[in-house]
Design a protein around this ligand. Structure first.
Ligand code: NAG
Ligand code: NAG
Ligand code: NAG
Ligand code: NAG
Ligand code: NAG
Ligand code: NAG
Ligand code: FE2
Length: 483
């Protein structure tokens, strides 16, 4: 009898706190200041460096190609052609717009942005920058034409890229040290995982959740860190578009050194196709890609009633046609549902402003970064509260998005391993470690999602689940298939 009651109580407790807090504990790792010399520029006078691409229009038929030349603005052309089973198509040339900026006592190189247009769908293109013996060649593949059942796979990354930089740098640093120490005992999982992501190419484009270089963690926001970060991620972002979201580390607002223009380095270096979605700011915009409609918001720009971002989003949501793009995905930096004590409730005011719109419009997924741990929510909403009615609890809601936080681990402040206890009912899975996710959209109803923890030498699928489309198939999903 007592045993039964005990079991019943135990079971009831599990029902109340249905979520999983993973017991995986990542090994602590030292954080080392990274020598800039470990990010050399490519060989040759004025060779193009820091190459990166992103979608350049509404539907994926344009690409913005960006790069930096350190000494002279010219040559300033992209040469590109279609790759037809290894044979060259007709060559095209296009010039870039050139910009540069000063930040405190730093002067940037010549930053080039060229938009190549009228590309064919689902086609491999090769492009070249530089000239003579500094010519550098890259390639990318355009997405298939926008349509409801077009499969497409996105990689999703938060700021963990920084820790990848960190640990790659750290292990290079160690290799220098090793000449003296002779100890090869440790592995750095994050480098391995980044190499994996780059090598297996399952992801066709990256949804990047903000906080790029962390230059602002250095004295006077040492902008050379923007250069080194861009060199580091080039091996992925020169070959597949990264869809950019701005985080708090992009603000670079420093009145103490008379740097009063928020987002100055970020906006000079990273261009996005915001005008194509009638936005007035590169900090919020939308694109369509295959079967997905992706809305990017700015957690660090005004979003109160009547502000430009508020007005834009209000007009934007009714434009989404789920018969054309079934999957409605939102990217923002500061999470709305986060049960970590780190950055706790920083996203709350934006949630209060926009959550009811997301539920009304049946947003499928909301990805956020910022918090240095991983968390996936249930489908819940908390939109009833109105000051007088005492209704302020997240409730199960089949029209609500799943909120996923993919933040960093292993940066200077270390891991955010202080979760609030008990695990709140809205939290389905949480783990104090870091990694990246792969979202495989199969058709208008099904998408398979996996979050890969960076574990020792290989990525481990620590949280995998099917997502069912909220518009076409709003059934309850199975809970995590692995942990
Ligand atoms: C490139 O060519 C120039 C002369 O045209 C030469 O001076 C230079 O050393 C070459 N650089 C490399 C990296 O081969
Ligand atoms: C910028 O100022 C800092 C601090 O005074 C100094 O260490 C650094 O060398 C300066 N950099 C340049 C490019 O002048
Ligand atoms: C990073 O991982 C790749 C792939 O395993 C390896 O070839 C490379 O040497 C590693 N780099 C460092 C700095 O450890
Ligand atoms: C707040 O909610 C209560 C209870 O649902 C309702 O009676 C009241 O009209 C609401 N107030 C506002 C301002 O919407
Ligand atoms: C965890 O967070 C709570 C709430 O902010 C705080 O009181 C506590 O000191 C933190 N614990 C650690 C180990 O940082
Ligand atoms: C959509 O994809 C899922 C998963 O691959 C599959 O089970 C389902 O049958 C597909 N639906 C259609 C209509 O093809
Ligand atoms: Fe952040």
């Amino acid at each position: 009898m007592w045993v039964l009651i005990f079991f019943w109580l135990h079971y009831a407790a599990r029902l109340c706190n249905g979520g999983v807090t993973s017991s995986y504990i990542r090994k602590p790792r030292a954080s080392v200041d990274l020598p800039l010399e470990l990010f050399p520029s490519p060989l040759g006078f004025n060779a193009p460096e820091q190459v990166h691409i992103t979608q350049g229009d509404r539907v994926g038929r344009s690409m913005i190609i960006s790069w930096v030349t350190p000494i002279k603005p010219y040559p300033n052309e992209v040469t590109y052609w279609e790759d037809i089973n290894g044979k060259h198509g007709h060559k095209h040339k296009i010039s870039a717009k050139i910009t540069s900026y000063r930040y405190y006592n730093y002067t940037s190189g010549f930053i080039h942005h060229a938009t190549v247009r009228r590309l064919k769908y689902d086609t491999k293109y090769i492009y070249e920058l530089g000239k003579h013996n500094t010519t550098r060649r890259f390639h990318f593949t355009t997405p298939p034409q926008v349509g409801p059942d077009v499969p497409y796979t996105f990689g999703v990354m938060g700021e963990q890229i920084y820790s990848r930089v960190n640990s790659i740098m750290y292990s290079l640093y160690l290799q220098f040290m090793l000449m003296y120490l002779g100890d090869l005992g440790q592995t750095y999982d994050s480098n391995q995982t980044f190499e994996h992501y780059v090598a297996n190419r399952k992801g066709q484009a990256v949804l990047f959740l903000g906080d790029l270089s962390y230059a602002d963690d250095y004295e006077f926001h040492d902008n050379r860190r923007w250069d080194s970060w861009a060199k580091f991620v080039e091996k992925s972002v020169a070959y597949q578009p990264w869809i950019w979201t701005a985080g708090n580390h992009e603000l670079d607002y420093a009145p103490e050194i008379e740097e009063n223009t928020p987002f100055k380095p970020y906006m000079h270096r990273y261009h996005v196709p915001y005008k194509a979605s009638q936005s007035t700011s590169p900090l919020w915009y939308s694109i369509k890609r295959a079967s997905a409609y992706i809305i990017v918001l700015s957690s660090y720009s005004a979003y109160g009633t009547y502000t430009p971002q508020y007005n834009w989003l209000q007009q934007e949501l009714p434009k989404v046609n789920r018969a054309e793009t079934p999957w409605l995905i939102v990217l923002l930096h500061s999470p709305w549902y986060n049960s970590n004590n780190y950055h706790y409730m920083e996203g709350e005011s934006m949630r209060v402003m926009f959550e009811s719109w997301f539920v009304q419009n049946k947003v499928d997924l909301v990805f956020a970064g910022h918090v240095h741990s991983y968390e996936r929510s249930e489908r819940i909403s908390n939109t009833k509260y109105n000051i007088t009615n005492n209704l302020g609890t997240p409730m199960k809601d089949a029209s609500a998005p799943v909120y996923i936080t993919i933040g960093d681990g292993g940066n200077i402040e270390g891991l955010a391993n202080n979760f609030s206890e008990p695990q709140p009912s809205y939290s389905a899975f949480r783990e104090a470690s870091f990694g990246h996710a792969i979202l495989e959209i199969k058709n208008r109803t099904h998408a398979f999602y996996s979050w890969y923890r960076n574990h020792e030498n290989e990525p481990i699928a620590a949280d995998s689940t099917w997502f069912y489309n909220r518009y076409w198939y709003p059934h309850e999903e199975p809970s995590s298939t692995k942990n």
